[in-house]
Design a protein around this ligand. Sequence first.
Ligand code: DAK
Length: 258
Amino acid sequence: MEFITYEAEGQIGIITINRPKALNALNSTVLEELDKALDAVDLQTVRCLILTGAGEKSFVAGADIGEMSTLTKAEGEAFGKKGNDVFRKLETFPIPVIAAVNGFALGGGCEISMSCDIRICSENAVFGQPEVGLGITPGFGGTQRLARIVGTGKAKEMIYGARNIKAEEAYRIGLVNNVYPLEELMPAAKKLAATIARNAPIAVRNCKRAINEGLQVDMDQAVVIEEKLFGNCFETYDQKEGMAAFLEKRKVEAFLNK
Ligand code: DAK
C-alpha cells in the first residue's frame, strides 16, 4: 500500500496513516487503503487496534483539500460515501480501536479519531472542525460525534467558530482520555491496548457493541441489547475459565477467544 502501514505486535494491531508530506490528509487512496487494511486484520489473533499518523507533527490534517476543491456534486457524494463507510467500519470494528493522536487532528482527522473507541494524544495535538471556514459543514460525522462526546454546547462553539483546541483543552472537555509527551504516546497506546487485550476478547467485543448500539436507542431497548450480549458470553469457554479461576482462587490460564 502507498499510504497505510499495518503491523501486528502479538495481540495488538497498529495501523499508521503514512502521508506525512500532506500531514496525513485523507485522499481517496488513503480511504481505500484504510478500508483494505481493516479487512486484513486477523481478528482471531488481534484483540485491540491502534490508529495513528506518521511523523511528529500530524495525526490527520483533514480530508484532502486539494482533491476536494475540484469535486463535482456527484464526485463529492462519492468521496463522502467512501469516507463515511470506512469511518463506520472503524466505529463498528469488532475489536476496540484506540486513536493515538500525534499532532493535528483537524476536520476529517478529528472525525476519524472520534470514530475510534478511545482517544489519547500527544502534548502537541490540536483538534478542531475548521470546515465552516472552508465553506462546508463537517462531513464525516463531526456534527454528530463531537456533540455526543463533548456535549452540544462545546461542540457548537468549536464547529460554528471553526475553533481549534489544544491537547490540554481536549483533555478537559473529555475529547481525549489522556495526554502524553510525544515520545510516550505510542508506548502508552500499546500499554492501554495490552490491558484491553488481556481480558476476555468476546466479552470486550460484546461490551463495545452494547455501548455503541445501546447509545442509539432508548433505555428500555438498550438494556435488552445488553441482556442479549451478556447472555451470549455464557456460551463461551472464556466465561467458564474466568469464573472457574475466580472460584478456584487462581489466575486465569488464558482467554482463548472462544
Ligand atoms: N489537505 C491537503 N493538504 C494538506 C492538508 C489538507 N487537509 N493539510 C495540510 N496539507 C498540506 C499542505 O498543503 C502542505 O503541502 P505543501 O504545500 O508542502 O505541498 C503540507 O501539508 C504542510 O502543510 P502546511 O505547510 O500548511 O503546514 P503548517 O504547519 O504551516 O500548517 C496546518 C499546518 C494543519 C495548520 C495547515 O496545514 C492547515 O490548516 N491544514 C488544513 C487543515 C484543515 O482545514 N483541515 C480540514 C479539512 S476539511 C465530506 C466529508 C468530510 C469532509 C469533507 C466532505 N463529505 C461527506 C463530502 C472533510 C473535510 C475536511 O477535513
